[in-house]
Design a protein around this ligand. Sequence first.
Ligand SMILES: NC(=O)C1=CN([C@@H]2O[C@H](COP(=O)(O)OP(=O)(O)OC[C@H]3O[C@@H](n4cnc5c(N)ncnc54)[C@H](OP(=O)(O)O)[C@@H]3O)[C@@H](O)[C@H]2O)C=CC1
Ligand SMILES: CC1=C(/C=C/C(C)=C/C=C/C(C)=C/C=O)C(C)(C)CCC1
Length: 423
Amino acid sequence: MALATVAAALLAALGGTLWLAARRFSGPRGQRMQGSRDRSAMHGKTVLITGANSGLGRATAAELLRLGARVIMGCRDRSRAEEAAGQLLQELGQAGGQEPNASEGQLIVKELDLASLRSVRAFCQELLQEEPRLDVLINNAGVFQCPYMKTEDGFEMQFGVNHLGHFLLTNLLLGLLKSSAPSRIVVVSSKLYKYGDINFEDLNSEQSYNKSFCYSRSKLANILFTKELARRLEGSNVTVNVLHPGIVRTNLGRHIHIPLLARPLFNLVSWAFFKTPLEGAQTSIYLASSPEVEGVSGRYFGDCKEEELLPKAMDESVARKLWDISEVMIVVILVQKSPSPKSQSAYGPQERASKWNWVVAHLLMDNSVTPLEFALWAWPCVFGFTILGPRPCPQRALPGQLCLCAPLGVSACPPETLKGNKA
Ligand SMILES: NC(=O)C1=CN([C@@H]2O[C@H](COP(=O)(O)OP(=O)(O)OC[C@H]3O[C@@H](n4cnc5c(N)ncnc54)[C@H](OP(=O)(O)O)[C@@H]3O)[C@@H](O)[C@H]2O)C=CC1
Ligand SMILES: CC1=C(/C=C/C(C)=C/C=C/C(C)=C/C=O)C(C)(C)CCC1
């Protein structure tokens, strides 16, 4: 009896494995490899891919390199990136039956930590000095459902890396993309955007943190960012499109805890049902290289086809607000050098909730911003405020000092004013 039970269990396990294996090698996967097949399609083109050392980014880099592109891998860990680059060149050499880096594109590793706006700026400064052109920017790097963590600048990690880091990166590289036009920006989002919302009152998750919601919110932000950027880039010959890759077997799930005993089963199921990184990367490759999408902008793609979005991902007013507040967040960090104890004590509980308030006021009072930086960053922010309509300032500004009060509760008043107001 016991023997029969064991035999039945073994048979069931074998049958299950065979069925999963059959699923793995059949189905629509083959049709998903729709990227450009022209081996020289990307010759002479420079492509920047964030998070190119792993998963989808790595697979995208491999394919674009094969198509002849000069690929810049923007990665946070130099040793992991160099290891991946070495493997990619070796694989390419083996596949082509020739010495790596002979006729195909070039691979360049550069350090870029999207959880540090200082790193993003340093990266862009170097890139702008060294690269005469940039044809494709692929905003691919991402963090998925990590425990509550903050970036170097104090932003919730998933929003900070997935949205804000890329927001700054893209804006700093827009000039080069425009001068290299026709050029493309590709944004990697996720279908999970459906479960997110742009809750402006707690964008930094200070009040509550739900890791799934925050991932989804950051991916919704990716889509709204794409929509708004496409609108701003109309007529520039720079296109921007967003995609979801499907469910792909990568390192993205590193923060998901799977009990040790369940891991083999999970691995088997993911092997059978998830896409491989190369399959998942097809839409990124397609949007980066296919002539079919030349001139197409502001669209959402999956499996190399345009897809419909939920209304919340197409809301123009939310997209504009998100853009404006992202600018404020970035501007603030630009001027937010270690605040003085005097300033620290100057803001009360309400102001502390959005620490950005008073810092914006320092724009013109503090020489931590150069006129060029001010011109680049401050005016869109001030302009955004103007467009959205400044509200009457609840605090009384000191004569001659900057005091901006914008919607969404973001206001900027000199700390002295806030202090005076509290008294
Ligand atoms: N896999 C999937 O099923 C899906 C993935 N996506 C999206 O695809 C994109 C790629 O993810 P995927 O390849 O799956 O995951 P991986 O974890 O394999 O790759 C993510 C990449 O992002 C990098 N990264 C993470 N944080 C930072 C940072 N602070 N600065 C710079 N780079 C960083 C990682 O670097 P490091 O290796 O050093 O950690 C890694 O190179 C993400 O945007 C993700 O949201 C969307 C839907 C589904
Ligand atoms: C494959 C796999 C894992 C899980 C990855 C998962 C579940 C990723 C899901 C990502 C999604 C759905 C993102 C959507 O935007 C683990 C846990 C690392 C274990 C090893 C193999």
